[in-house]
Design a protein around this ligand. Structure first.
Ligand SMILES: CC(C)(COP(=O)(O)OP(=O)(O)OC[C@H]1O[C@@H](n2cnc3c(N)ncnc32)[C@H](O)[C@@H]1OP(=O)(O)O)[C@@H](O)C(=O)NCCC(=O)NCCSC(=O)CCC(=O)c1ccccc1C(=O)O
Length: 339
């Protein structure tokens, strides 16, 4: 470590070093000069580099090195493609383009398996949810398998299991980004809202079709929408069932940004990589806190779970456990009572 003076000099030197000199030792991808020239538009500015950029390097715009994961929890995926990049990103793609990526119970079940895997994988820090092709993110429930009481698979049991998927995305302790090209309508638009962030291509179209096909979502599909766009707009979206282009969706607060279709994944990866640089615990607790403000007891439970997780990592928490196992009274006197 060295004395404080040496450490200060080292810190200053790190700030002053040109970015390239630090690339070899960094796990984070760094923007190359040639890439920088293509990143002019959109939200990442190319102005003079900040001290943060000098220390951390610019965020890479290179494509991700995706690894396909065809089998999850022992079962082969059919309706969904699941990929991971070693830099810490998982991508879940609804793969039914011939149906505009409408989901049937099997699709939803496969998505839940992938989200569960991404949650448990300590190397994954952010998850992308998207649809195959440029025509649709997801067109909602597959109306051709809708029966009485829900959507029906080979087991003939009618299900609305997309509601479980919504909760899973909401509670996933890692950011989930919807990457939307084409239609995000019906239950697909609700999935988009459940994600923490939505990045839309210029061709994206959003809206509710439920009332037109005899369906509605009176859960998150209504409550989350009203929180995002306000009462008047939410009523307009549901009562008229119109469709809205990407710019309109941005203006009303349904999504975070609009990018050219050909740059959709590139831009989404930049957002992922920026997120990956940040403290996973900070992100985890922030997501729980942002949920808690809306989710009542369930939200407090999620936030409270994070408090316990952190407490279990402290000396004070472990003193209680150790004392129990050693069959002695715990000594909590050594721990401060902060004001
Ligand atoms: C999405 C469209 C606007 C796209 O239009 P276009 O590009 O012209 O393509 P099409 O030619 O219409 O479609 C191509 C092909 O795909 C089939 N298809 C598309 N969407 C669906 C679908 N949702 N179900 C079944 N099949 C679909 C279409 O029939 C064509 O097939 P061909 O064989 O070639 O004819 C347009 O396609 C469209 O409007 N689609 C319907 C959108 C819709 O109404 N979705 C259902 C809304 S209701 C819902 O999602 C509820 C879901 C749910 O489970 C739920 C229930 C209760 C509470 C909550 C939820 C929830 O949150 O989801």
């Amino acid at each position: 470590m060295g004395d404080p003076q040496t450490r200060r000099v080292q810190t200053l030197a790190a700030h002053l070093n040109p970015v390239q000199e630090r690339q070899e030792n960094s796990r984070q991808p760094v923007l190359l000069a040639t890439e920088a020239s293509t990143s002019s538009s959109l939200q990442q500015s190319n102005t003079a580099s900040s001290s943060y950029e000098r220390v951390h390097g610019k965020v890479s715009r290179l494509p991700a090195a995706w690894r396909n994961i065809p089998v999850v929890h022992g079962e082969t995926l059919e309706d969904v493609r699941y990929e991971k990049a070693d830099e810490g990103i998982a991508k879940i793609t609804i793969n039914r383009p011939e149906k505009r990526n409408a989901f049937r119970p099997q699709t939803t079940e496969e998505m839940m398996r992938c989200f569960s895997d991404a949650r448990d994988d300590p190397n994954i820090g952010v998850v992308i949810l998207t649809g195959e092709g440029a025509k649709a993110f997801c067109s909602g429930g597959d109306q051709s398998v809708r029966g009485e009481g829900g959507y029906v698979g080979p087991d003939k049991i009618p299900r609305l299991n997309v509601l479980d998927l919504q909760v899973q995305i909401r509670r996933l302790p890692k950011p989930v980004i919807a990457m939307v090209a084409g239609y995000a309508v019906g239950g697909g638009q609700i999935l988009q809202m459940m994600c923490d962030i939505t990045i839309a291509a210029e061709n994206a179209i959003f809206g509710q079709t439920g009332p037109k096909v005899g369906s509605f979502d009176a859960g998150y599909g209504s409550t989350q929408m009203v929180r995002l766009v306000g009462q008047k707009k939410a009523r307009e979206i549901w009562f008229l069932a119109r469709l809205y282009n990407a710019q309109q969706a941005l203006d009303m607060g349904l999504i975070n940004t609009v990018v050219p279709l050909e740059r959709l994944e590139e831009e989404t990866l930049v957002w992922c990589r920026e997120i990956l640089r940040n403290s996973p615990t900070a992100l985890r607790v922030l997501k729980a806190a942002l949920n808690a403000a809306e989710d009542g007891q369930a939200g407090i439970q999620e936030l409270g779970g994070n408090a316990t997780l952190l407490f279990y990592q402290t000396e004070e928490g472990n003193e209680g456990r150790r004392a129990y196992l050693e069959k002695r009274p715990p000594d909590f006197t050594k721990f401060p009572r902060y004001p």
